[in-house]
Design a protein. Structure first.
Length: 479
């Protein structure tokens, strides 16, 4: 994956191309860069702004060694620049992911960069954009409103915009607010995602430039779009926290740099916490029948999950009831996957829910019944959303490719698992997906608390022996 930055030049590196390139370098993402124009700026005034000659721009775009997979576009000073970029985009062999920061006003002096309206300047580019990152002033200039759903509708209807909207709330906070809320609207996802950070007390130039560049860097590093937005927010927070000192290379691994993530379907509830696990370590086999619970009950494992995908409701209830009886007799922590109502009714130890289940499950009912809650996560956005719900554990997956479930596009790898373990300090982390006797050492090296497996136990020729041995290895490492 390769990154191209297209933004205006500002000589001090407060904003624009120099700031973007420095940030990308700090994140270890090399980028090609072309100046869309020249500016002269002080910390408080914009003295000059002019576009690069369209012919020069055209030639620079054609001179690139390789077509970029991700492009960050910052200031676009006139419609000719936008047209040149759009024409060039239409010649590329693969459509790149385009992040457009619709720079409208210089945050320092509030003088417009051009006499054309923002919409007029950006119109040729908007159909190409995968992520648009306006602040509320820029959104108002583009769409005539500051309400996120309305903005998206206007952009779709007037500019053939098909991408995701990240509406930055920093320009609309009041004196009383102590948090800034960015809203993320993904087409075809009815939820509104909210990313909240503490209000910054000191003003820094170039925050919009840096945010969109950090997002483009995360995309270049292979992160999904919403995860890239979360990482961008964390990079910006870390930058603000440490400026003017340079930041450590790579993605932030301090939770307080990350936004609090929630959706309107599940606002966080500060008073609700799910009970802690009694044994927050060890092997965690995931099985599909009460018979399996019985087979594994005397192997030394302390945690099990009953994951039944297709069964008549009477058979399902019967299986859950039997599994709970066996688990209680052997002091096992038994989690029921998906079927949270039956888990409550039949008095299970806990419930395991996926992200989709979270939107419909009654979390208050689960908490009030005293059940533990485990939540599946597949990336930064889901991890932070799940953390904000204060579960008993978080599952991160799939760590490796697996034959057991279609997890394409959701493989996390060891590096991300390690960062997620650090971010989740205080909440046990369960690793799942493709884990076996060969790769277990790498998984344990991330400091994960528990290791969930399906096939390593259920497809083994000696399931009881392997469950015992794998559990011993996980337990040894955790003590
Ligand atoms: C420990 C653990 N982690 C993740 C999963 C996956 O759960 P979910 O996302 O709900 O998907 P299904 O298992 O329902 O297909 C899990 N079951 N257990
Ligand atoms: C249910 C599930 N969720 C994420 S990966 C996975 C399957 C894990 O199975 P295996 O341990 O056989 O790879
Ligand atoms: Mg599920």
């Amino acid at each position: 994956m390769s990154l191209l930055i297209l933004s205006g030049f500002e000589a001090n590196g407060m904003a624009g191309l120099l700031a973007d390139d420095r940030l990308a370098n700090g994140l270890n993402i090399p980028a090609a860069a072309i100046a869309t124009g020249q500016t002269a700026q002080t910390a408080s005034a914009l003295m000059h702004a002019s576009a690069t000659d369209p012919n020069v721009m055209q030639q620079q775009l054609s001179s690139l060694n390789q077509p970029p997979s991700v492009i960050k576009i910052g200031a676009v000073f006139d419609v000719a620049t936008a047209q040149v970029i759009a024409n060039w985009l239409s010649t590329l062999p693969h459509r790149p992911t385009v992040v457009l920061d619709p720079v409208g006003l210089s945050s320092g002096d509030h003088r417009p960069l051009s006499t054309m309206t923002l919409g007029e300047r950006l119109a040729p580019l908007l159909p190409w954009v995968s992520l648009l990152t306006p602040n509320t002033d820029e959104a108002k200039a583009l769409a005539g409103t500051t309400e996120s759903v309305q903005i998206l509708r206007v952009l779709q209807a007037q500019y053939d915009f098909r991408g995701t909207l990240l509406l930055k709330g920093g320009h609309s906070v009041s004196e009383q607010d102590d948090v800034v809320t960015d809203e993320l609207l993904v087409p075809d996802d009815p939820r509104r995602w909210q990313l909240q950070q503490p209000k910054r007390l000191s003003k820094l130039r170039g925050t919009g430039c840096r945010l969109s560049t950090a997002i483009a860097c995360a995309l270049t590093d292979g992160y999904a779009l919403t995860d890239a937005c979360v990482l961008g927010s964390a990079v910006l927070h870390r930058y603000w926290r440490l400026a003017p000192k340079p930041t450590a290379p790579g993605w932030p691994d301090t939770l307080s740099d990350y936004p609090v993530v929630s959706t309107d379907t599940h606002p966080t509830s500060p008073d609700r916490t799910f009970p802690a696990l009694d044994w927050p370590s060890g092997l965690y086999p995931v099985v599909d029948s009460a018979q399996w619970v019985q087979r594994l009950a005397n192997t030394g494992i302390r945690t099990l999950q009953l994951r039944i995908k297709h069964a008549r409701s009477d058979v399902l209830s019967d299986q859950i009831r039997q599994a709970i009886e066996i688990a209680n007799a052997h002091q096992l922590q038994l989690f029921i996957n998906d079927h949270w109502q039956q888990a409550i009714e039949l008095g299970a130890y806990g419930v395991h829910l996926g992200q989709e289940d979270l939107d419909t499950a009654d979390l208050a009912a689960i908490a009030n019944a005293g059940l533990r809650l485990g939540i599946s996560t597949h990336g930064d956005t889901e991890l932070l959303r799940a953390l904000a719900l204060k579960p008993s554990y978080l599952a991160v997956g799939a760590v490796f490719p697996t034959q057991t479930k279609d997890m394409s596009g959701q493989i996390q790898g060891i590096g991300r698992l390690r960062r997620y373990v650090r971010l989740s300090k205080g909440t046990p982390v369960v690793a799942i997906g493709g884990i076996n006797v060969q790769n277990l050492a790498d998984v344990l090296d991330t400091n994960v608390d528990m290791v969930a497996v399906v096939s390593a136990v259920t497809a083994s020729t000696a399931p009881e022996r392997d469950a015992h041995l794998l559990n011993e290895r996980v337990m040894r490492c955790r003590h």
